[in-house]
Design a protein around this ligand. Structure first.
Ligand SMILES: *[C@@H]1O[C@H](CO)[C@@H](O)[C@H](O)[C@H]1NC(C)=O
Ligand SMILES: *[C@@H]1O[C@H](CO)[C@@H](O)[C@H](O)[C@H]1NC(C)=O
Ligand SMILES: *[C@@H]1O[C@H](CO)[C@@H](O)[C@H](O)[C@H]1NC(C)=O
Ligand SMILES: *[C@@H]1O[C@H](CO)[C@@H](O)[C@H](O)[C@H]1NC(C)=O
Ligand SMILES: *[C@@H]1O[C@H](CO)[C@@H](O)[C@H](O)[C@H]1NC(C)=O
Ligand SMILES: *[C@@H]1O[C@H](CO)[C@@H](O)[C@H](O)[C@H]1NC(C)=O
Ligand SMILES: *[C@@H]1O[C@H](CO)[C@@H](O)[C@H](O)[C@H]1NC(C)=O
Ligand SMILES: *[C@@H]1O[C@H](CO)[C@@H](O)[C@H](O)[C@H]1NC(C)=O
Ligand SMILES: *[C@@H]1O[C@H](CO)[C@@H](O)[C@H](O)[C@H]1NC(C)=O
Length: 580
C-alpha cells in the first residue's frame, strides 16, 4: 500500500493540475521499482489479439476455529475453596416478572427476600409497555454451523499490504454486553437495572433484544467456528444478586447461567473476558430518585449513592470468586465517564475499582489481568500549529481519560480539566493515591473515531467557570471536519465512527506515553451507513466495515513495531446487532 500510494499520487495530482486543458495522456518512460510485483516491470507494450475465454472463478476459502488448547489454565482458586474470604449469603431461586403480574402477586410478604418482595422491585421500577415476549423461553441447543456459512468473503481488492505480523500473544476477540444482547430482563430471577428504567421511555427497549440469554450456545458456537480467540461478555449484577446489596441472597439460576456461558466458551476453544458492570447498574441505587440530572456524561446510573461502594465491592468479590478460576481478563467498569454523572459517582468508581483490584490480586490471589475501559473519541487539534488548539485537544482528552487514568494508572490526582469544570470534586490526598495508584494491568479504551477540537469563543477557562455555558462541561468546540474543509474520514451513521486511520497511531502513542500502561483496544467498530435499508445479502458484503478494521489494524501494527507502543490486543464491537 505504501508503495502504490507513492506512485499513484503524483499521477492523480497531475491529472487534477491539467483538468480543463485538453486531452490528458500520461506517458512514462522506463520503470520504477515495485517490490510487490512478482513479474518484472516491462518497458514496452505489446498490443495483440488472443482467443477470449471466461476465466474468473471463485475460490472457496473457509473460516476455521482455533485449535482446542491441550492444557487447562487456571487463574484463581475454585469458588468452593473461597468461602472463608466471602461474606455468607444464602442461595435461592425466584420466578419471572410477567406482564399480568399485578393479579398474580405472591403472598409470601413476610419474607423480605421472597417472591412478593422480588416482584415489588419490578413494580417500583414502573417500566412502560413491559413485554417478555421473544422467540425463546428456554436455552436453545446449538445447531452445527453449516459449512456454507463459513465461506470467507472474497479478498478485499483494496486491502492493505502490511509489513508486520502481530506479536505472539496479541489478543483478538469480539464483545457483547448483558444489557444490550441478553433480553429476558425480568425472567429467572433477574431484577430491574437502570437500563429498563431509562430506556422504557423509548419505543426501543432492552426487554427482548437478541435473546442471547437463551441463544448463547448457538452464538458462541458460531463465534468459535470463525476462529475468534476471546469472547468478551458482561455480567448482569441483577441476575446474580436480585436484591443487590451485601448479605442478600444469590440467584442460583443467574449463577448457573454464567457458569454455563463460561464453560461453553472454554469448551469451544475460546477464552472468556468478563466485565462486571456495563451501563446496567441496579435500579436499587436510584429507587428514591430517578432523576437523570447529571454534571457530565449521558445518564445518571446511581453510582453516586452512598451505599454503592460497599455493594459493588461485595458483588465484585462474589463474581470474581464464582468464575475467577476460568477467567484470564477482567474489566471492572465499562465507560464510567458516561454514567458516573457527578463527582461523587466518579470518586466511587475509582475507589471501587482500586479496592477490587487489591482484593483480587492480594486476597483471592488471582493471576489474571484486571483493568478498566473508557470511552474516548480521540481529540485532535483543528490547527495543530496553534498552541491554543493543541491545548483544547489536551483538555478534551484529559476530561474523558484522566479522571480515571491519573489516579489508577499514575497515582496522581484528577486533571485540571475535571477539577475546574465539575462541581464538588474532592481531590485525592497522598494516602488515597498510594492505595489507588497502579491498580490496573492495562489502559482499556473504546475509540470509535477521532474528533476535531478547537477552543470556544471566549476561551476554555471562562466556559469551565460557567455551568450555564452552552459548551459546558467539555468547553471545547467539536467537529468532524478538518482545517482543509474535508471530513476527517469516511463516516458511518451520524458522527459515531469514521474510517480515519491516520489519527490512530498518534492516539496509541499518546495513551502509552501519558498513562504508562499497556493499551488495550476493548471496543472498536463501524456501523455502516443505512445498513438496515439494504437486503441481508447486500449487508453481508460490508466493505466499509472491512476497511475500518483493516486500516485500524494496520496502524496498530505500525504503532507496535515502529513506535514501540505496547498494545495488548483488540476486541471488536459488537458480535451481534444490539438493541440500540
Ligand atoms: C399463598 O398462595 C398459595 C397458592 O398460591 C396458597 O396455597 C397458600 O394457601 C397461600 N398462603 C397464604 C398464607 O395465603
Ligand atoms: C406504549 O404502548 C402504547 C400503545 O401501543 C403506545 O402508544 C406508546 O407509544 C408506547 N410507549 C412507549 C414509550 O413505547
Ligand atoms: C440508595 O441505595 C439504597 C440501597 O442501598 C436505596 O435504598 C436508596 O433508595 C438509594 N437512594 C436513592 C436516592 O435512590
Ligand atoms: C493468598 O496468598 C496469601 C499469601 O500467600 C495467603 O495467606 C492466602 O491464604 C491466599 N488466599 C487464598 C484465598 O488462597
Ligand atoms: C502547520 O505548519 C506546517 C509547517 O509550517 C505546515 O506545513 C502546515 O500546513 C500547517 N498546518 C496548518 C493546518 O496550518
Ligand atoms: C490560534 O487559535 C485561536 C483560537 O481559534 C485564534 O484566536 C488565534 O488567532 C490563532 N492563532 C494563530 C497564530 O493562528
Ligand atoms: C455540591 O455540594 C453542595 C454543598 O455541599 C451541595 O448543596 C450540592 O448539592 C452538591 N452538588 C453536587 C452536584 O453534588
Ligand atoms: C505496578 O504494579 C505492577 C504489578 O503489580 C508492578 O510490576 C509495578 O512495579 C508497579 N509499578 C509501580 C510504579 O509501582
Ligand atoms: C454564563 O453563560 C451564560 C450562557 O452563555 C451567559 O448568559 C452568562 O452571561 C455567563 N455568565 C458569566 C458569568 O459569564
Amino acid at each position: 500500500m505504501i508503495f502504490s500510494v507513492a506512485i499513484l499520487l503524483p499521477l492523480a495530482l497531475s491529472l487534477f493540475d491539467q483538468a480543463g486543458s485538453q486531452e490528458i495522456r500520461i506517458t512514462t518512460t522506463g520503470t520504477s521499482e515495485r517490490p510487490y510485483c512478482t513479474a518484472p516491470p516491462t518497458s514496452s507494450i505489446d498490443f495483440h489479439y488472443a482467443p477470449f475465454k471466461f476465466s474468473v472463478s471463485d475460490t472457496l476459502r473457509y473460516a476455521t476455529s482455533l485449535p482446542q488448547p491441550t492444557a487447562t489454565t487456571t487463574y484463581a482458586p475454585p469458588y468452593a475453596s473461597l468461602s472463608s474470604i466471602l461474606e455468607s449469603r444464602s442461595t435461592t431461586t425466584w420466578g419471572s416478572f410477567l406482564p399480568n403480574v399485578k393479579s398474580a402477586i405472591a403472598n409470601d410478604t413476610a419474607d423480605k427476600y421472597g417472591q412478593a418482595a422480588w416482584t415489588s422491585l419490578w413494580l417500583a421500577a414502573n417500566i412502560v409497555n413491559y413485554t417478555t415476549t421473544g422467540l425463546y423461553s428456554t436455552t436453545v441447543s446449538p445447531t452445527p454451523v453449516p459449512t456454507s456459512e463459513l465461506v470467507l468473503p472474497p479478498a478485499d481488492y483494496l486491502r492493505y499490504e502490511d509489513c508486520y505480523n502481530f506479536p505472539e500473544g496479541f489478543i483478538w476477540g469480539v464483545a457483547g454486553s448483558a444489557c444490550q444482547s441478553e433480553g429476558a430482563v425480568g425472567l429467572e430471577g433477574r431484577s430491574p437495572s437502570i437500563q429498563e428504567v431509562i430506556f422504557s421511555q423509548y419505543p426501543t427497549n432492552n426487554y427482548v433484544s437478541n435473546e442471547h440469554y437463551y441463544l448463547y450456545k448457538q452464538d458462541i458456537e458460531r463465534l468459535a467456528a470463525i476462529g475468534t480467540e476471546y469472547y468478551s461478555f458482561t455480567i448482569s449484577w441483577n441476575r446474580i444478586l436480585p436484591f443487590v446489596l451485601p448479605g442478600t441472597p444469590i440467584n442460583k439460576q443467574g449463577v448457573d447461567h454464567y457458569n454455563d456461558v463460561l464453560d461453553t466458551v472454554i469448551a469451544s476453544g475460546m477464552k472468556p473476558m468478563i466485565t462486571l458492570l456495563h451501563f446496567d447498574n441496579p435500579f436499587e441505587f436510584m429507587r428514591d430518585s430517578v432523576t437523570q440530572t447529571h454534571d457530565f456524561g449521558y445518564h445518571r446510573a446511581g453510582w453516586d449513592n452512598v451505599t454503592w461502594p460497599d455493594a459493588f465491592l461485595s458483588y465484585g468479590k462474589l463474581v470474581m470468586s464464582l468464575y475467577g478460576d476460568r477467567v484470564p481478563i477482567w474489566i471492572t467498569i465499562n465507560e464510567p465517564m458516561l454514567y458516573a454523572a457527578n463527582a461523587k459517582g466518579l470518586e466511587h468508581v475509582v475507589r471501587g475499582h482500586a479496592a477490587l483490584y487489591h482484593w483480587y490480586k492480594n486476597v483471592m490471589n488471582g493471576t489474571g489481568m484486571v483493568g478498566f475501559k473508557l470511552n474516548n473519541n480521540f481529540g485532535v487539534p483543528l490547527d495543530p500549529n496553534n498552541s491554543t488548539h493543541r491545548d483544547a485537544a489536551d483538555w478534551f482528552n484529559d476530561f474523558w481519560l484522566a479522571p480515571v487514568g491519573n489516579p489508577i494508572c499514575l497515582g496522581e490526582d484528577y486533571p485540571t480539566a475535571f477539577k475546574q469544570t465539575i462541581k464538588n470534586v474532592t481531590s485525592f490526598n497522598a494516602e488515597d493515591l498510594a492505595i489507588i495508584g497502579n491498580t490496573t494491568d492495562f489502559f482499556g479504551v473504546d475509540p470509535y473515531t477521532p474528533t476535531v477540537i478547537s477552543p470556544p469563543p471566549g476561551g476554555i477557562a471562562a466556559c469551565a467557570a460557567n455551568s450555564s455555558h452552552p459548551l459546558h462541561p467539555l468547553c471545547v468546540e467539536q467537529t468532524w471536519v478538518g482545517s482543509d474543509g474535508w471530513e476527517i474520514g469516511y463516516g458511518s451513521e451520524g458522527t459515531a465512527a469514521y474510517i480515519a486511520p491516520k489519527y490512530f497511531r498518534e492516539y496509541f502513542s499518546y495513551l502509552w506515553n501519558k498513562f504508562k500502561k499497556p493499551v488495550f483496544i476493548t471496543e472498536f467498530g463501524f456501523p455502516v451507513f443505512a445498513e438496515g435499508q439494504k437486503t441481508l445479502s447486500h449487508q453481508r458484503f460490508d466493505l466499509p466495515r472491512s476497511q475500518y478494521y483493516t486500516s485500524f489494524m494496520s496502524e496498530v501494527l505500525k504503532s507496535i513495531w515502529e513506535d514501540g507502543v505496547d498494545i495488548l490486543g483488540v476486541i471488536a464491537w459488537t458480535f451481534v446487532d444490539d438493541w440500540e
